[in-house]
Ligand binder design. Structure first.
Ligand SMILES: C[S@@+](CC[C@H](N)C(=O)[O-])C[C@H]1O[C@@H](n2cnc3c(N)ncnc32)[C@H](O)[C@@H]1O
Length: 224
């Protein structure tokens, strides 16, 4: 346990002074995290200004939202497909959750985000592509444990959204999970943009996000 007495503070001050004098940063972890956050925010704003409809959010997903999404991925050894990874907040949460990089395939349509993701996660499979062509982008014949989607379903053009949902129906099995977040936090029956194909089996609101969001866990309807 740290004793917050005079000796402790004087040691910390001496340490900080030495770091300043040697040219090292006083709070390397804090500084690194701050710079990464500033970079992510700037990137997000740039992409949003470029095409607000396909970004569909005013800022990147919070750590809490990302962790809530990653926490819904079932245990298994099948593929985990992340759609619309943006700055990589959910990608990081999936890795933190222990999802093996060999199971994870990330698909993102924006060029700027893809460059950033490849730089941030050099060992991961990052595919520059459209979720509406999902079945052509992923390996055939492998079981998919989960699709984890940050796609802005409600702000995408109707036809594109229909194509995306049709792809999910094509590639997922009945025991696969579809994890999607929505800013519509009303009760879950109103919130799934693909009501006729998937049924919501679980949902939770994450307040610590701007704006608060609901994480939906859905599965293919038995008759699909
Ligand atoms: C709400 S943002 C993602 C936020 C992300 N979770 C983060 O924290 O940065 C939606 C993302 O979906 C991507 N996107 C939109 N339409 C897409 C499509 N048809 N295929 C693949 N990605 C798409 C956008 O480029 C954007 O990165």
């Amino acid at each position: 346990m740290i004793r917050l007495d005079h000796t402790y503070f004087s040691r910390r001050l001496t340490d900080l002074r030495r770091r300043f004098e040697s040219g090292r940063r006083p709070f390397p972890n804090f500084y690194g995290r701050l710079m990464a956050k500033a970079h992510n925010t700037a990137l997000f704003i740039r992409e949003w200004v470029h095409s607000p409809g396909t970004i569909g959010a005013i800022c990147a997903s919070s750590r809490q939202l990302s962790a809530a999404m990653a926490g819904q991925v079932p245990k298994g050894d099948g593929l985990v497909i992340e759609l619309g990874a943006g700055t990589g907040m959910v990608t990081q949460a999936l890795l933190d959750q222990g999802i093996s990089p060999t199971r994870l395939i990330v698909i993102e349509r924006s060029n700027g985000f893809v460059e950033h993701l490849r730089h941030r996660f050099p060992g991961l499979t990052i595919i520059h592509g459209d979720a509406a062509c999902l079945s052509e982008l992923i390996p055939q014949g492998l079981h998919i444990d989960a699709i984890i989607s940050s796609l802005p379903l409600r702000s995408l053009p109707y036809e594109l959204r229909e194509k995306v949902v049709a792809q999910w129906e094509q590639v997922l099995d009945h025991d696969s999970a579809l994890i999607q977040f929505t800013y519509d936090i009303r009760p879950q029956t109103h919130t799934c943009a693909c009501d006729h194909t998937f049924t919501v089996t679980d949902s939770q609101i994450v307040w610590a996000n701007l704006p608060p969001a609901r994480v939906l866990h859905a599965q293919l309807m038995p008759d699909r």
